[in-house]
Write a protein that binds this ligand. Sequence first.
Ligand SMILES: NC(=O)C1=CN([C@@H]2O[C@H](COP(=O)(O)OP(=O)(O)OC[C@H]3O[C@@H](n4cnc5c(N)ncnc54)[C@H](OP(=O)(O)O)[C@@H]3O)[C@@H](O)[C@H]2O)C=CC1
Ligand SMILES: CC1=C(/C=C/C(C)=C/C=C/C(C)=C/C=O)C(C)(C)CCC1
Length: 289
Amino acid sequence: ALQTLLQPRLKSVEGELCLITGAGGALGRLFALEFAKEGARLVLWDCDAAANERTGRQARDLGARVHAYTVDVSRREDIYAAAERVRAEAGDVTVLVNNAGVVAGRRLLDCPDELLERTLLVNCHALFWMTKAFLPQMKARNHGHIVTIASALGLFTTSCVEDYCASKFGAVGFHESLAHELQAENQGGVKTTLVCPYIVDTGMFAGCEIRKELRSLIPPLEPLYTVQQSMKAILGEQQMVCIPRLIYIPFLARVLLPWEANLATYRFMGGDKCMLPFIRRSEAKVSST
Ligand SMILES: NC(=O)C1=CN([C@@H]2O[C@H](COP(=O)(O)OP(=O)(O)OC[C@H]3O[C@@H](n4cnc5c(N)ncnc54)[C@H](OP(=O)(O)O)[C@@H]3O)[C@@H](O)[C@H]2O)C=CC1
Ligand SMILES: CC1=C(/C=C/C(C)=C/C=C/C(C)=C/C=O)C(C)(C)CCC1
């Protein structure tokens, strides 16, 4: 009985039109399948047509109605053009999951400028254009939900991922300002949820690791677990979620403790150089192609 009291009520998304960006990727695919199981109609966007179609087929197998579009969300005009098609072919989007994301994976000083810019375009600027394209219809009905898949690295930082941290701090700032705006305008029917996961075992950050002895304390997250925890937060209409909850500690420490104290903790936990093996791996990939 206590369990049911403590468990927040989860809303139904049956019949809602749910758009997921980066739906061909690891988390995007799992989001699509979870929303399919909940009875939502899906609009899937990805720049990788084949991966997106694969997600579409799996979701259809679960009985979902699916509209798949090949869209590069780093291009504003492509977003607006695809949004027009979605409105004409599928109707008004009521749940928007901004999930597409990239990272340069190179040292700042060795990284081509375009690669750094792309991270900001996909992880941050796209949020403006997606919201401008789909929020008006949500506001008109005072009904909808905008989900931002940010990152723990939108709440605190580490070395060698300047592009990514800048973009995810941007995403967090964007999301919070939008949430305030909807509240200030009494648009309480349009919900917002910010998702901030720690490393997820999807390959995106392959090689990233903290001090060996501590890895079992905070292991990389399973993709399915990450999406299930996110779904609980979304359907529970929670404003924000850190996955795992332990991530609230470095988030709070960042603002509560002096820089030197955080630096000492980073060094002790191997948080200072956790990206180096990841960078080395992705640079090796670049030089072998
Ligand atoms: N993995 C992790 O450790 C963590 C990930 N996150 C965030 O979760 C989200 C999903 O990541 P994850 O599933 O791991 O990564 P994936 O790389 O598996 O998925 C990302 C998807 O987005 C697509 N995508 C990239 N750029 C564009 C673009 N310009 N237009 C359209 N689609 C695009 C990718 O396509 P393509 O493959 O062709 O590039 C890919 O299908 C991201 O926002 C990421 O930042 C947050 C915390 C931790
Ligand atoms: C910095 C730091 C840590 C490591 C964080 C890491 C490794 C985060 C990786 C996040 C990723 C890959 C996010 C992707 O979006 C600890 C040890 C938790 C605590 C001390 C500070």
